[in-house]
Write a protein that binds this ligand. Sequence first.
Ligand SMILES: O=C(O)CCC(=O)C(=O)O
Length: 245
Amino acid sequence: MASLTGSACLENYRIQGLPSSAFYISEFISDLEEQALLDKIPKPRWKQLSKRRLQTWPSELAKNTLLDTSLPKWLIEPIITRIHSIPLTASDPQKHMFSDSPHGSPNHVLINEYLPGQGIMPHKDGAAYHPVVCTVSLGSSICLDVYGTKEEGTTETEPKWKILQEPRSLLITTGEIYTDHLHGIAEVEEEINLGPSTVSNWKLLRSTDEIIEGRFKRLPRTSLTYRDVIKVSKLGAKFGIFGSR
Ligand SMILES: O=C(O)CCC(=O)C(=O)O
């Protein structure tokens, strides 16, 4: 992790100007780690959706509940270990992003693959999860759009903020930005209108070299989103909430 030094804490990576709180670490994993992760994603496991491909690890939720099984080792090392190693603040080096979550660690990963032109509709992640999402990006940069709220409480139709996620980066969203704001990825082949005034994490980017006249063309991008599912059941199979297996 070239940009995360031994003494670093998450506060150094806070994205300013967004609803609280979002953090962006541009070089969270190395090139080799990125390639190893892409190689390990099992091809037969993809579920084709209309606008992207999806894998759910260790399994899909049923009634917002996760069957108690572990994540495979390749989804734990190096990512979860490294998330645990980043202190929230310099004053309390033991406390990390999942210290206060029900299981003290992510127990669930969604893997999404977007080809150029694909995206995900604006949505909230909902109540099944503790309100922390850690997203690792692989393969290509992409912009996550975050939507504002009008005075009467409805969501604005155009995104208010844009977070540029580079390959090998980690984005953490939590708090108000998780609970109160919709997020989505536009179905476009090219990101446009990018600059210091439109990209909230501009100052935290590893490089802006690929952005020419405020634009870049997307390549296939894979994301790993890590969350802690609040309800975990050891007895799900017995009571049939996960169907027959
Ligand atoms: O792929 C991403 O970065 C976003 C995925 C997402 O919005 C979600 O899993 O809820």
